[in-house]
Write a protein that binds this ligand. Structure first.
Ligand SMILES: [Zn+2]
Length: 288
C-alpha cells in the first residue's frame, strides 16, 4: 500500500502490513441497528517500519487488495490493540485516578472495543446521511455525521442497563476529548472538529471538570439531557443536509462559534480544561 507521510510534505511511501482479521460484532446489549456493522478488527502480525512505527490504527478499503470492494464500508481493518495502546499512553495519564475503578482499569481493552462499536452503532442510526457523506465527501457534512454518531452512542450507553455501559461511555468521551480533539491539524480533520464540539458541550454542563490533582474528571451522566437535546438538533441538520446540501452543515458550526472558511473549521478553546488538554497533547506529541 502507499501511505501519505514521510520526510517531506506530499511524500508517499510504499508500506506493507500483514495482519489477521475477524468481523466486528456488536455487543448483545446494544439495541438492534438498521443494518450490520461492516468492518473488521485486525491484529497486526508484521509491518514495514514506516507503518509499524507510525500511529495508524486503520487500513482504509482503498488500501486493500480485494476481489469485491464494499461500497458502504468506511474502514477496511481497525487495529484495536493500537487504539487501546493510544488510550493507555495518551489518554489515561491525563485522567484523575478515580475516573476508572480498579476493575474498569483491568478491562480497558474490552471497554475501548465497546466504545469503538458504540460509535459505529451511532453511525448506523444515521444511515441516510452516511450515503450523503459517501457521495459528497464534504468535510462539514462528515463533521455532523461524526458528532451524530457520538451523541447517539452516548445517549444509548447512558440509557443502557448493561453493567459495562457507563464505563464504555467514559472511555468514548475520554478518547475523543483528550486525544482526537488535538490531532495535528484540528482545523481540517473531521474527527478533531467533532471532538472539540463535543468537548465544548460537555464542559458547559459540568460533565468534564478538573479534579484535585489538576487532571480531568468525568461525569458523563450529568450531560444526559444536554446530549439528547443536541442529538435532536444534529439529526434535524442531517436530514436538511440530505435535501439542501452543505449549507445547513455550514451554519451549525458558525452558530456555535467556529470560524468556517471553505471546509476548514477552527475554534480556539479558552477554558482552563482546554488549555490543560492542549498542553497535555503537545507534550505527548513531543514525547512520541
Ligand atoms: Zn465515525
Amino acid at each position: 500500500m502507499t501511505v501519505p507521510g514521510g520526510p517531506w510534505p506530499g511524500h508517499f511511501g510504499l508500506e506493507a502490513a500483514i495482519f489477521r482479521s475477524h468481523p466486528a460484532v456488536m455487543p448483545a446489549s446494544y439495541p438492534p441497528a438498521r443494518s450490520d456493522v461492516s468492518l473488521h478488527f485486525g491484529q497486526l502480525l508484521a509491518a514495514s517500519r514506516g507503518y509499524r512505527d507510525g500511529s495508524g490504527v486503520v487500513l482504509f478499503p482503498e488500501q486493500l487488495s480485494v476481489d469485491v470492494r464494499s461500497t458502504r464500508q468506511a474502514f477496511g481493518v481497525v487495529f484495536l490493540d493500537r487504539l487501546h495502546q493510544l488510550f493507555l499512553t495518551r489518554v489515561l495519564p491525563v485522567m484523575e485516578e478515580h475516573t476508572f475503578t480498579a476493575a474498569e482499569r483491568k478491562e480497558l481493552g474490552e471497554l475501548r472495543r465497546r466504545a469503538f462499536l458504540a460509535h459505529e452503532w451511532g453511525h448506523l442510526q444515521g444511515a441516510d446521511l452516511e450515503a450523503a457523506v459517501l457521495t459528497r465527501r464534504r468535510c462539514l457534512v462528515a463533521v455532523i455525521s461524526e458528532l451524530h454518531a457520538d451523541l447517539d452512542a452516548l445517549v444509548m450507553l447512558l440509557d443502557n442497563p448493561d453493567d459495562k455501559a457507563a464505563a464504555t461511555a467514559k472511555v468514548l468521551v475520554a478518547d475523543r476529548i483528550v486525544r482526537e480533539a488535538w490531532l495535528r491539524r484540528p482545523h481540517a480533520q473531521v474527527d478533531a472538529i467533532a471532538a472539540r464540539q463535543l468537548l465544548v458541550l460537555l464542559v458547559k454542563v459540568g460533565a468534564v471538570t478538573l479534579g484535585g490533582s489538576g487532571r480531568l474528571s468525568l461525569n458523563v451522566a450529568a450531560a444526559r439531557g444536554r446530549l439528547d437535546e443536541e442529538l435532536a438538533r444534529v439529526r434535524e441538520l442531517e436530514q436538511a443536509c440530505c435535501t439542501a446540501g452543505v449549507e445547513p452543515a455550514l451554519q451549525y458550526p458558525r452558530a456555535s462559534g467556529w470560524a468556517v472558511v471553505d471546509s476548514a473549521c477552527y475554534r480556539e478553546l479558552e477554558s482552563p480544561i482546554a488549555r490543560f488538554l492542549g498542553y497535555a497533547a503537545s507534550r505527548s506529541v513531543t514525547a512520541a
